[in-house]
Write a new protein. Structure first.
Length: 219
Protein backbone atom coordinates (compact mmCIF):
# COMPACT_ATOMS: atom_id res chain seq x y z
CA UNK A 1 0.00 0.00 0.00
CA UNK A 2 1.48 3.39 -0.95
CA UNK A 3 2.57 5.83 1.72
CA UNK A 4 -0.05 8.40 2.62
CA UNK A 5 1.64 11.79 2.51
CA UNK A 6 0.36 13.72 5.53
CA UNK A 7 -0.39 17.36 4.85
CA UNK A 8 1.57 20.06 6.72
CA UNK A 9 -1.32 20.69 9.08
CA UNK A 10 -1.31 17.02 10.18
CA UNK A 11 2.43 17.05 10.75
CA UNK A 12 2.19 20.29 12.74
CA UNK A 13 -0.62 18.84 14.86
CA UNK A 14 1.38 15.66 15.54
CA UNK A 15 4.48 17.63 16.52
CA UNK A 16 2.43 19.81 18.87
CA UNK A 17 0.75 16.77 20.45
CA UNK A 18 4.07 14.98 20.99
CA UNK A 19 5.48 18.12 22.61
CA UNK A 20 2.48 18.21 24.95
CA UNK A 21 2.95 14.51 25.81
CA UNK A 22 6.63 15.01 26.58
CA UNK A 23 5.75 17.92 28.86
CA UNK A 24 2.92 16.03 30.60
CA UNK A 25 2.99 15.92 34.41
CA UNK A 26 -0.61 14.86 34.95
CA UNK A 27 0.10 11.69 36.95
CA UNK A 28 2.36 13.63 39.32
CA UNK A 29 0.53 16.95 39.66
CA UNK A 30 -3.13 15.97 39.07
CA UNK A 31 -3.39 12.17 39.44
CA UNK A 32 -6.79 10.65 38.76
CA UNK A 33 -6.12 6.91 38.50
CA UNK A 34 -4.28 6.24 41.77
CA UNK A 35 -1.71 7.82 44.08
CA UNK A 36 0.63 10.50 42.82
CA UNK A 37 3.57 9.28 40.72
CA UNK A 38 6.45 9.07 43.22
CA UNK A 39 9.15 10.40 40.87
CA UNK A 40 9.67 12.97 38.13
CA UNK A 41 7.74 11.96 34.98
CA UNK A 42 9.76 11.21 31.85
CA UNK A 43 7.41 10.37 28.98
CA UNK A 44 8.97 7.99 26.45
CA UNK A 45 7.60 7.44 22.94
CA UNK A 46 8.73 7.35 19.31
CA UNK A 47 6.37 8.45 16.53
CA UNK A 48 6.20 10.00 13.10
CA UNK A 49 3.49 10.54 10.52
CA UNK A 50 5.18 8.05 8.15
CA UNK A 51 5.63 5.13 10.57
CA UNK A 52 4.03 1.90 9.34
CA UNK A 53 4.77 -0.40 12.28
CA UNK A 54 3.68 0.42 15.84
CA UNK A 55 4.99 -1.29 18.95
CA UNK A 56 2.23 -0.78 21.49
CA UNK A 57 3.58 -1.98 24.81
CA UNK A 58 2.83 -1.32 28.46
CA UNK A 59 5.10 1.30 30.08
CA UNK A 60 8.81 2.07 30.44
CA UNK A 61 10.81 0.18 33.06
CA UNK A 62 13.63 1.51 35.19
CA UNK A 63 16.30 1.33 32.47
CA UNK A 64 14.12 3.04 29.87
CA UNK A 65 13.19 5.70 32.42
CA UNK A 66 16.91 6.35 32.90
CA UNK A 67 17.77 6.40 29.19
CA UNK A 68 14.67 8.19 27.88
CA UNK A 69 14.72 5.85 24.86
CA UNK A 70 12.27 2.96 24.38
CA UNK A 71 13.35 -0.64 24.92
CA UNK A 72 16.94 0.02 26.01
CA UNK A 73 16.84 -3.11 28.15
CA UNK A 74 16.85 -6.92 27.82
CA UNK A 75 13.15 -6.82 26.88
CA UNK A 76 14.11 -4.69 23.90
CA UNK A 77 16.80 -7.18 22.87
CA UNK A 78 14.26 -10.01 22.92
CA UNK A 79 11.65 -7.94 21.08
CA UNK A 80 14.11 -7.01 18.32
CA UNK A 81 14.97 -10.69 18.01
CA UNK A 82 11.28 -11.58 17.62
CA UNK A 83 10.90 -8.89 14.96
CA UNK A 84 14.08 -9.84 13.11
CA UNK A 85 15.35 -6.24 12.94
CA UNK A 86 18.36 -4.41 14.36
CA UNK A 87 18.76 -1.18 16.28
CA UNK A 88 19.06 0.90 13.10
CA UNK A 89 15.57 -0.02 11.90
CA UNK A 90 14.03 -0.29 15.36
CA UNK A 91 14.96 3.29 16.23
CA UNK A 92 14.05 4.75 12.84
CA UNK A 93 10.98 6.78 13.77
CA UNK A 94 10.12 7.19 10.11
CA UNK A 95 9.39 3.46 10.00
CA UNK A 96 8.65 2.31 13.55
CA UNK A 97 6.46 3.97 16.18
CA UNK A 98 6.62 3.06 19.86
CA UNK A 99 3.47 4.00 21.77
CA UNK A 100 3.20 2.35 25.22
CA UNK A 101 -0.04 2.44 27.16
CA UNK A 102 1.73 4.48 29.83
CA UNK A 103 4.38 6.91 28.66
CA UNK A 104 6.14 7.16 32.03
CA UNK A 105 7.71 4.58 34.34
CA UNK A 106 4.87 3.85 36.80
CA UNK A 107 7.07 2.80 39.73
CA UNK A 108 7.58 -0.54 41.46
CA UNK A 109 5.22 -2.64 43.53
CA UNK A 110 6.05 -4.24 46.88
CA UNK A 111 7.59 -7.25 45.13
CA UNK A 112 9.91 -5.23 42.87
CA UNK A 113 7.78 -5.58 39.75
CA UNK A 114 6.56 -2.70 37.63
CA UNK A 115 3.21 -1.22 38.54
CA UNK A 116 0.50 -1.15 35.84
CA UNK A 117 0.58 1.67 33.27
CA UNK A 118 -1.07 4.86 34.47
CA UNK A 119 -4.61 5.21 33.11
CA UNK A 120 -4.17 8.96 32.72
CA UNK A 121 -2.09 8.40 29.58
CA UNK A 122 -4.69 6.35 27.76
CA UNK A 123 -7.54 8.63 28.68
CA UNK A 124 -5.82 11.88 27.77
CA UNK A 125 -3.52 11.04 24.87
CA UNK A 126 -3.97 7.76 23.01
CA UNK A 127 -7.05 8.33 20.87
CA UNK A 128 -5.72 11.71 19.75
CA UNK A 129 -2.25 10.34 19.01
CA UNK A 130 -3.36 7.36 16.94
CA UNK A 131 -5.66 9.63 14.93
CA UNK A 132 -2.52 11.47 13.75
CA UNK A 133 -0.63 8.35 12.62
CA UNK A 134 -2.24 7.77 9.19
CA UNK A 135 0.31 5.31 7.82
CA UNK A 136 0.19 2.61 10.47
CA UNK A 137 -0.35 -0.76 8.81
CA UNK A 138 0.49 -3.11 11.69
CA UNK A 139 0.14 -2.62 15.45
CA UNK A 140 1.83 -5.13 17.73
CA UNK A 141 -0.29 -5.20 20.90
CA UNK A 142 2.26 -6.25 23.54
CA UNK A 143 0.80 -7.42 26.83
CA UNK A 144 -2.67 -7.36 28.31
CA UNK A 145 -3.10 -3.62 28.81
CA UNK A 146 -2.29 -2.88 25.19
CA UNK A 147 -4.44 -5.75 23.95
CA UNK A 148 -7.49 -4.50 25.82
CA UNK A 149 -7.09 -1.10 24.16
CA UNK A 150 -6.32 -2.22 20.60
CA UNK A 151 -8.38 -5.44 20.35
CA UNK A 152 -12.11 -4.98 20.78
CA UNK A 153 -12.94 -8.25 22.50
CA UNK A 154 -9.63 -9.01 24.21
CA UNK A 155 -10.18 -10.59 27.60
CA UNK A 156 -8.00 -10.64 30.68
CA UNK A 157 -6.02 -13.71 29.67
CA UNK A 158 -3.01 -12.85 27.54
CA UNK A 159 -2.42 -16.50 26.64
CA UNK A 160 -5.88 -16.86 25.08
CA UNK A 161 -5.51 -13.59 23.20
CA UNK A 162 -2.06 -14.38 21.81
CA UNK A 163 -3.17 -17.92 20.91
CA UNK A 164 -5.92 -16.37 18.77
CA UNK A 165 -3.40 -14.30 16.81
CA UNK A 166 -4.38 -15.69 13.42
CA UNK A 167 -8.04 -14.77 13.73
CA UNK A 168 -7.25 -11.39 15.32
CA UNK A 169 -4.84 -10.55 12.51
CA UNK A 170 -7.29 -11.63 9.80
CA UNK A 171 -10.25 -9.83 11.35
CA UNK A 172 -8.36 -6.59 11.89
CA UNK A 173 -6.90 -6.71 8.40
CA UNK A 174 -10.43 -6.85 7.00
CA UNK A 175 -11.35 -3.65 8.83
CA UNK A 176 -10.57 0.01 8.19
CA UNK A 177 -7.66 0.42 10.57
CA UNK A 178 -4.22 -1.17 10.85
CA UNK A 179 -3.79 -4.91 11.27
CA UNK A 180 -3.35 -6.00 14.89
CA UNK A 181 -1.08 -8.80 16.12
CA UNK A 182 -1.02 -9.65 19.86
CA UNK A 183 2.24 -10.55 21.59
CA UNK A 184 3.23 -11.43 25.14
CA UNK A 185 5.53 -9.01 26.93
CA UNK A 186 9.18 -9.80 26.08
CA UNK A 187 10.24 -9.44 29.74
CA UNK A 188 12.38 -12.13 31.38
CA UNK A 189 9.44 -12.57 33.74
CA UNK A 190 7.71 -14.37 30.86
CA UNK A 191 10.45 -16.99 30.39
CA UNK A 192 8.26 -19.66 32.01
CA UNK A 193 5.33 -18.65 29.77
CA UNK A 194 7.50 -19.08 26.68
CA UNK A 195 8.58 -22.54 27.83
CA UNK A 196 4.96 -23.57 28.42
CA UNK A 197 3.87 -22.27 25.02
CA UNK A 198 6.43 -23.47 22.44
CA UNK A 199 3.98 -22.67 19.61
CA UNK A 200 4.85 -19.02 20.10
CA UNK A 201 8.45 -19.44 18.92
CA UNK A 202 7.55 -22.17 16.43
CA UNK A 203 4.58 -20.52 14.72
CA UNK A 204 3.96 -16.91 15.70
CA UNK A 205 7.53 -15.57 15.65
CA UNK A 206 8.25 -16.72 12.06
CA UNK A 207 4.93 -15.20 10.93
CA UNK A 208 5.75 -12.00 12.81
CA UNK A 209 9.16 -11.68 11.15
CA UNK A 210 7.59 -12.25 7.75
CA UNK A 211 4.95 -9.57 8.39
CA UNK A 212 7.54 -7.06 9.60
CA UNK A 213 9.97 -7.73 6.75
CA UNK A 214 7.25 -7.32 4.10
CA UNK A 215 5.92 -4.18 5.72
CA UNK A 216 9.27 -2.45 6.08
CA UNK A 217 10.30 -3.41 2.54
CA UNK A 218 7.48 -1.16 1.30
CA UNK A 219 8.97 1.93 2.95
Amino acid sequence: MPLHRPDPAQETALAALVADIRACRLCRDEPTARAQLPHEPRPVLQVSATARLCLAGQAPGTRVHASGRPYTDPSGDRLRSWLGIGHDVFYDAGKVAVVPMGFCFPGLDAHGGDLPPRRECRLKWHDRLFALLPNLRLVLAIGGYSQRYHILDAGDRVTATVAAWRSILARSRAGNGPAILPLPHPSWRNNAWLRRNPWFDEQLVPALRSEVAALLAEV
